[in-house]
Design a protein around this ligand. Sequence first.
Ligand SMILES: [Zn+2]
Length: 479
Amino acid sequence: MAISCRPVFARFIAIALVAATASLPRLVTAQGALKAHQQLARDIYKELVEINTTTDADPGGTTQAAEAMAARLRAAGFSGNDVQVLSAGPRDGNLVARLRGSGAAGRKPVLLLAHLDVVAARRDDWSIDPFTFTEKDGYYYGRGTGDDKAMAAIWIANLIRMKQEGYVPDRDLIVALTSDEEGGDHNGVEWLLANKRDLIDAAYALNEGGGGFLKNGKPFVHNVQAAEKVYYDFTFEVRNKGGHSSRPVRDNAIYHLSDALARLERFDFPVMLNPVTKAYFERLAQAETGQTAADMRAVAKNPRDSAAVRRLSMQPVYNSMLRTTCVATQLTGGHAPNALPQLARANVNCRVLPDHDIKDVQASLVRIAGDTAVHVSAAPEPRGGPPSPLSDEVLRPIEKLTSEMWPGVPVVPIMGTGATDGRQLRQGGIPTYGVSGLFGDMDDSRAHGRDERALIKSFYDGQEFLWFVVNGLAGVRAR
Ligand SMILES: [Zn+2]
């Protein structure tokens, strides 16, 4: 972090400490106890959840939500090109807003990203209406309360608060709320990078993909997503002239394929740590105990410690952090019960480490298949970008604030094994950090599922956390 903003940041930390210890516990009570900026965040959150932004449903799409947020920003004093709704298609609105900084520090902007679209939710599957924002038992319920409308609402509420209370960052802050992260043909981030790069160009971005875990209701770790694995599908395919099954031969497409898949089952890609996963194991060791903690420390120090690797690999989540994985996910083959198969095909889904060359992965699959009868599909075009640097500028304020708000909870850099829009940004050269201060139960994630919800206290803690983190990153001072 730049020297110039240190004293300012120290003040924010002090305020955060007071906020965390004095006022936040009251938030779980009646709505009447909310402060003005919290009420604003709640109103925006409710509005967003109640606009159905399901990608493929009718009604649906993100344009209405993007327009609603633009209207709020204009009412708060943002104007002209500083608030725009841009679309690749009529249903795929993206909001881009800019709070102009003083430019004093000569630094590129910080991009604050969230996606507006949500996964489909059917009333019949839920115990309540997924598109009615519902407060119950200490939670806010509704589709998108977790993924990703809490962050979207917080970015907008905090930007409005900054404008209205006269805070001036030393660099521009950009908020982008985008379409088709969950699916659909018009991924907003991809479209903005290709068509409106100047509007979202930034030194780095904050995004979903991080956040905290609660274990037995208590904060356990606070994750910062700084890398993502990349999704690729390969096919293993065997073709054969076939024949009558009453006169079988050993040269059988299904047998060739199943032998190849059996070899894949027994294969492990080599352990390859990057700076993010190395830090992941080092930091998580602080929260874990016993053999697991010892193994994490051992692997971080020496990725060739085969005993530690073997034990950690037995847990799917740690295995996925250690290496690229490829697994058979779908099968097709044969054309009749009484005929030798002319075709056998498997889909092999790979989650590839961001610094693992996809050509090398493909070559490994050919070697594992180990049979010229098995045709392994060619390596696809490389996607994804490098892990984002764990720079002091970004990590230090997150760590400091985490230790103030959740004492003893380690900040753990993680590599995502699913997918977020961080992939596109990193590929486009914008380092991206999944960070939110939003905590949820680690054993009860309901994103994409039924009765999605967010802890009410966590929502306001997250708002507070992101307020101070962004203030710290952008050298914000009161006018
Ligand atoms: Zn999401």
